[in-house]
Design a protein around this ligand. Structure first.
Ligand code: DGY
Length: 344
């Protein structure tokens, strides 16, 4: 059953009769450093206040804009406690933390921050590809643990990237930026996505595969660049991992739940794939012991967009989106409820 539609209280600029409540904007407290670097003039008499997740997503009347982190769940239950909410300006390009359908049913705009973190995330993806291919976790451990016995011709041999196939799952902004970098390392680009990417095909001779299984069979490195949706959750499970080559690597900088972590740990333990480079996990911040302890799992704590410029840019976009809606304009980066077409 969907919630009743509410009357828009503050459509457009507020009139004197519709004086907005102060602190109409609530911002995740972790964003404070970025707000200090780039303040925002909120329309009308509106002011912003920070909130902290341990106290829960803010609730109550008068809150018109919410700027949460991608780790803050904003579902129907939270939205129902915000009767005046007009916009959820998510601080991130991913928006699986927000129930976009429930928001749309309540007349609330949801926005994200595409573009500003593309290059940063692609850089980190390459770091994971190179790191997993050249076994950096084991190398660091050997170099720093005192166990190193000196240069050895067979020590920690890895995968060279030249002429290897990079299999991209998803060829949007970030996937394309990864392809550009990987091509500079001599990799051949294959991709699996709902839509053809003509630029990738022309610029890098990328080959689109209709079937996921074909891509998994032929890729030396599989890199995930899909959004998390009901269709992509658990997309890479035991059957898909079994299709990968023994020397192949799986890299994920998108969303953890797209990969079945138990199946991945089992594949690593059995040696049916050679390694993994992960930045994201199904239940962040928890990482299973099996993955955390596996020497061929190169793991990072969700750092894809962690550059000064990207994180500041994300703030700029999130604030611009929130402000646009409060001013009665169209948000620059709206996200819409997803259609039902399955990728599988
Ligand atoms: C995103 O934007 O979705 C990332 O996961 C955090 O930058």
């Amino acid at each position: 059953m969907s919630a009743p539609r509410r009357t828009r209280k503050y459509a457009g600029a507020p009139s004197v009769l519709e004086r907005p409540t102060p602190s109409a904007v609530r911002i995740a407290v972790e964003l404070q450093p970025f707000t200090e670097a780039e303040g925002v003039a909120w329309p009308g008499a509106r002011t912003a206040r920070f909130y902290s997740l341990p106290d829960g997503i803010p609730a109550g009347k008068g809150i018109e804009a919410l700027i949460p982190l991608v780790s803050h769940p904003v579902g129907a239950a939270e939205l129902d406690l915000l009767p005046d909410l007009r916009v959820v300006a998510n601080y991130g390009v991913g928006h699986d933390n927000v129930d976009v359908t429930a928001a749309a049913e309540r007349g609330i705009t949801v926005t994200n921050t595409p573009g500003v973190l593309t290059e940063a995330t692609a850089d980190l993806t390459l770091a994971l590809i190179l790191g997993a291919a050249r076994r950096l976790r084991e190398g660091l451990e050997t170099a720093t643990s005192g166990s190193w016995k000196g240069w050895g011709p067979t020590e920690l041999l890895g995968l060279g990237l030249q002429d290897r196939v990079l299999g991209l799952l998803g060829a949007g902004r970030i996937g394309s930026a990864v392809a550009r970098r990987a091509a500079a390392f001599g990799m051949r680009i294959h991709y699996w996505s709902r839509r053809p990417n003509a630029d990738l095909e022309t610029e890098f001779g990328a080959i689109r595969r209709d079937e996921l299984r074909d891509l998994l069979r032929e890729a030396d490195v599989v890199s995930v660049h899909l959004p998390l949706t009901p269709h992509t959750e658990g997309l890479i499970g035991p059957d898909e991992l079994r299709l990968m080559q023994e020397h192949a690597l799986l890299v994920n900088t998108a969303r953890g739940a797209i990969v079945n972590e138990e199946a991945l740990s089992a594949a690593l333990a059995a040696g049916t794939i050679a390694g993994a480079g992960l930045d994201v996990y199904a239940q962040e911040p928890s990482i299973s012991a099996a993955l955390a302890q596996h020497p061929r799992a190169l793991l990072l704590p969700h750092l894809g967009s962690a550059t000064h410029a990207a994180r500041q840019g994300m703030w700029g976009l999130a604030a611009a989106n929130a402000r646009a809606v409060l001013e009665g304009r169209e948000a620059p980066n709206p996200v819409r409820p997803r259609g039902g077409a399955s990728l599988r």
